[in-house]
Each structure stands twice: as structure tokens, then as C-alpha cells.
Design a protein around this ligand. Structure first.
Ligand code: 9D3
Length: 251
């Protein structure tokens, strides 16, 4: 799949193209990225992409015209490989794993990264299909959110993860928080690895981990328990364990 990223800071995207799972996916041709700098689509000597807000107020607004000219160039370069234009924005719909898997089905995605206070709303109305937010916190621009979205999509492209990593992915997909993990040594500063994990009894280990996941999820993210239940992801053994937790701890 193809990502076209509109950004005044294209160099930031080496963070995703040069390293780890995403870097390998680009090297293998499973995904490609092209950055487009709106400054390259200006005609004044200062390469201006922002201006003061009508109505006043602090902060600058990204001008519609350089962005629209950039998007025209992207569309031309994409040819028949078309896809939605997505703006990373604090006002967007909250990103989640389901959205990542929906984006996976697309041939091409254009991501616009805002800087300054905002983007001229007329550009949004004319050219943006969808707005995505990472959550209720403020970062300095859309680049890091865009990279988070790309990473979430790229790592679920078939073949992007190695076998060991894929298996790990599956256990998150059952809608609960992951269980705790331990590696050598068995005794670290007098803290021991739970006995059951050392025994090699695979069914007991699976049962222990499942119970831990349920307990942690109930404690930290009860909303995920409700959702897993609605999606039919909880067995009667899971439900029984949740009842014992409720009685034990008064959740
Ligand atoms: C005072 C109004 N601010 C909006 C909350 C202004 C503002 C702050 C930061 C406007 C843009 C930004 C830059 N942030 C993003 O572009 C962004 C973002 C974010 O800040 N949080 C979570 N998700 C995202 S997606 C894009």
C-alpha cells in the first residue's frame, strides 16, 4: 500500500522508514511512502505556507492554496491508485485498531500533517475525506500522529511481522490487555518468576495468562471487558473467573 504524506517536515519520516518492522516493510515493498512539502508548491521567495487568522487570535493558520496544489500533485502522481485524504487533527475521530485494519484494505492513503494552530477550513471542506485524532492530548503537529497511524497499519500488512511477532499480535486481538511477561533470570533482585511459567505445562500456562489478562483488564480498562463480552470473545470460564474476581476484590 502507498502512503503520500503532506508535511513541511519530511525528514521526520525517516523515523518510520529507517527502523524496525516498518523499515523492513518498506524495504520489502509491502508499503511505500512519498512525502510532499507544501513549501515546494508556493511561488513567493519566502515559500510561505501560513498566515494570520481572520478574526484575530494567537497562532498562524496553514493557507489553503499551497496545500491544495500539493494535493493536486499527489493525485496526479497516484494515477489510478486512488485513496482517501486523511487529516491528522485534534478534532478528528479517535484512532483505534479497527480503523487501522480498515485502512489496510486501501491501495493508497494521503495523510495531511498540520502545523501551526490550524488549517484553513475551506481546504478541509474541499479536499479532506476524514479527520483522525490520536486522543485527548496535544502534540505540536500531525507528523508524529501520522507516523503512529502508518505504523499501526503497516505492522498488520500480511508478511510485515515475523512469525514470533505475529503470534504476539493475535493475543492482543482478543480485545483484552496483554498478560505480564518475564524473561531470564528466574530471580531478579529477589523477585521471582511465577512458578506456573517455569513448569512447562502449556494448558496451565495458557489458563494462568488468560486469568491475568482478565484481571488486569477488569482493573484498568473495564470498558474493554464490556466490549469483549459484546463481541462474544469471553468464554463461560472467563465469565466465571470475572465473577470470582468481583467477589474477591469488590470490583
Ligand atoms: C488551542 C487549540 N489547539 C487544539 C487542541 C491548537 C492545536 C494544538 C496542536 C492545533 C493543532 C495541534 C497539533 N496537533 C495535531 O495536529 C494533531 C493531534 C494532537 O495534537 N493530538 C492528538 N491527535 C492529533 S492528530 C493531529
Amino acid at each position: 500500500m502507498r502512503f503520500d504524506v503532506v508535511t513541511i517536515f519530511p525528514e521526520m519520516f525517516s523515523a518510520i522508514s529507517a527502523w524496525g518492522v516498518t523499515g523492513r516493510a518498506f524495504d520489502q515493498g509491502l508499503a511505500s511512502i512519498k512525502t510532499w512539502n507544501p513549501r515546494d508548491f508556493t511561488s513567493d521567495t519566502r515559500r510561505t505556507v501560513d498566515d494570520r487568522a481572520y478574526g484575530g487570535g494567537p497562532g498562524m493558520v496553514m493557507m489553503a492554496k499551497p496545500l491544495e496544489d500539493t494535493l493536486d500533485a499527489v493525485a496526479k502522481d497516484q494515477g489510478t491508485q486512488k485513496g482517501p485524504v486523511i487529516l491528522l487533527s485534534p478534532q478528528g475521530e479517535r484512532f483505534n485498531q479497527k480503523m487501522a485494519s480498515e485502512l489496510l484494505d486501501l491501495e493508497a492513503v494521503t495523510l495531511i500533517c498540520g502545523r501551526y494552530e490550524a488549517i484553513d477550513q475551506r481546504l478541509v471542506e474541499r479536499r479532506v475525506d476524514r479527520e483522525i485524532s490520536l486522543g485527548d492530548f496535544v502534540v505540536s503537529g500531525g507528523e508524529i500522529p501520522a507516523m503512529a497511524v502508518m505504523d499501526a497499519v503497516i505492522r498488520i500488512i500480511p508478511g510485515a511481522l515475523g512469525d514470533a511477532e505475529s503470534a504476539a499480535q493475535d493475543s492482543f486481538m482478543d480485545g483484552l490487555l496483554d498478560c505480564y511477561h518475564y524473561t531470564r533470570p528466574e530471580n531478579y533482585e529477589n523477585l521471582l518468576v511465577p512458578d506456573v511459567l517455569l513448569g512447562g505445562h502449556h494448558a496451565k500456562i495458557a489458563d494462568y495468562r488468560r486469568k491475568q489478562s482478565l484481571e488486569l483488564t477488569l482493573k484498568r480498562r473495564p470498558d474493554l471487558i464490556d466490549r469483549a463480552r459484546e463481541q462474544g470473545l469471553l468464554s463461560s470460564a472467563d465469565e466465571a473467573y470475572l465473577v470470582t474476581l468481583q467477589n474477591k476484590t469488590g470490583f
